[in-house]
Ligand binder design. Structure first.
Ligand SMILES: NC(=O)c1ccc[n+]([C@@H]2O[C@H](COP(=O)([O-])OP(=O)(O)OC[C@H]3O[C@@H](n4cnc5c(N)ncnc54)[C@H](O)[C@@H]3O)[C@@H](O)[C@H]2O)c1
Ligand SMILES: [Fe+2]
Length: 381
């Protein structure tokens, strides 16, 4: 089977990039924007940075902000109703993965109303129409949802997060402006940045990885590893590096998939509402150790990309350990916890079954059984 690469039609990168939103909206003849953003971003006036650009250009918009972190089916269905009332003809998604994912689901259902239950979109959804045009503006440097064909929605009733994979949801334009990320507090910068590193490492080692996606992932590992500490210190270079690194990781993993660090993180998000980046960061080194035997020489390249010295003189065991150690060190340096207090022994069966059924699990380089997954979760206790 041929390898497929899907990316945005257009993307803008660098400080001040949000100014291009007005130019693009006008050039494409868009009339009214449906702005999807979450309540905190509105409160902290991050959303305003973009709505001011729209206002200055005389472009109309309506704001939708009933979006929580780990967004729910209800957030999507409410958004669909509000979109219909708004008479908008495109979406501007401003936020982290939660706002961008909600926007994608709304845009998909507006164009494909037979999926209004949302649950039926899980996995590879057989939609027939491209979603409402989306201009995506990330405010975290992590998910890369602005350049992925995925979105993740929480089913509160069934305590599950489910992944939807659908080329029809790809934002037509991504606007990756580090200035939109500068207001992130330290903890959020750290956890979302570790999500990006998890995308890069899982994408690099996933079963479907190939030369072109390896190129994206290795570059992303290198940029993220050298930029995350600086971004957490709110330094300009660090912010710029993370904005770019997380996007490059998205160019890769969206096209090949991830692995069980993500399956397990989705489950922790659904059951304990653990922030996605924190869950990924905690799982990543544990899963890397578990997967090591099925990764050939890939950890050698990961260790090198992370700046480990003397890798060429190391044995297989040494460079595999060096790669995992470098990930652990970065995680500790940016303040990620190693234990999850909420985790309980009696939840393990449900957690493991849920992670086993997650859409990211088949991509893992090593096939994990439910018992394996329980053991891996246990390492967080
Ligand atoms: N679509 C994809 O490909 C993909 C990939 C990975 C994860 N996800 C999903 O994305 C979601 C997580 O997204 P996220 O990690 O970007 O966080 P998020 O969107 O859930 O936001 C977390 C919190 O950070 C705040 N925040 C965001 N940007 C800020 C800023 N610039 N300044 C101050 N506060 C800010 C938000 O208001 C929110 O309270 C999860 O549901 C996850 O499953 C999607
Ligand atoms: Fe992620």
């Amino acid at each position: 089977m041929a390898n497929r690469i899907m990316l945005n039609q257009t993307s803008y990168h660098g400080t001040g990039a949000i100014q291009e939103i007005a130019t693009e909206a006008k050039a494409r003849g868009f009339k009214k924007a449906f702005v999807c953003s979450d309540p905190d971003l509105i409160k902290f006036e991050v959303t305003t940075k973009v709505t001011e650009v729209l206002e200055k250009a005389g472009l109309e918009y309506a704001v939708y902000s009933d979006i929580k972190a780990n967004p729910t089916i209800q957030n999507v269905q409410h958004g669909v109703e509000e979109f219909k009332k708004s008479e908008a003809d495109y979406i501007v998604a401003i936020g982290g993965g939660s706002s961008m994912d909600t926007a994608k689901a709304i845009g998909i259902i507006i164009a494909n109303p037979e999926f209004e239950d949302v649950r039926s979109l899980e996995g590879v959804a057989p939609t027939t129409q491209p979603c409402v045009p989306i201009i995506a503006v990330p405010t975290t440097a992590g998910t890369a949802a602005e350049v992925t064909i995925n979105y993740v929605i929480t089913d509160v009733e069934r305590k599950r997060k489910f992944v939807c994979v659908d080329p029809h949801d790809m934002p037509i334009i991504a606007v990756v402006d580090p200035d939109m990320m500068s207001s992130m507090p330290k903890g959020l910068t750290a956890s979302t940045g570790m999500d990006a590193l998890t995308h890069a490492i899982e994408g690099y080692t996933t079963k479907g990885a190939w030369e072109m996606t390896d190129m994206f992932h290795l570059k992303a590992i290198e940029i993220i590893s050298r930029s995350l500490r600086g971004a957490v210190a709110n330094e300009k270079d660090g912010r710029e590096g993370m904005a770019l690194g997380q996007y490059i990781a998205g160019m890769g993993f969206s096209n090949v998939g991830l692995g069980i660090a993500h399956s397990m993180a989705h489950t922790l998000g659904a059951v304990y509402d653990t922030p996605h980046g924190v869950a990924c960061a905690m799982m990543l080194p544990i899963v890397m150790e578990y997967n090591a035997e099925c990764t050939g020489e890939k950890y050698k390249e990961i260790a090198k990309a992370m700046g480990v010295k003397g890798v060429d003189d190391m044995s297989v065991e040494e460079y595999r350990k060096a790669a995992v150690d470098a990930v652990r060190q970065l995680s500790v340096d940016v303040g990620i916890p190693v234990k999850l207090d909420a985790l309980k022994e009696e939840d393990l069966q449900f957690l493991a079954e849920s992670a086993h059924a997650d859409a990211c699990a088949p991509g893992n380089p090593k096939d994990a059984s439910i018992e394996d997954l329980k053991d891996l979760f246990r390492k967080l206790m």
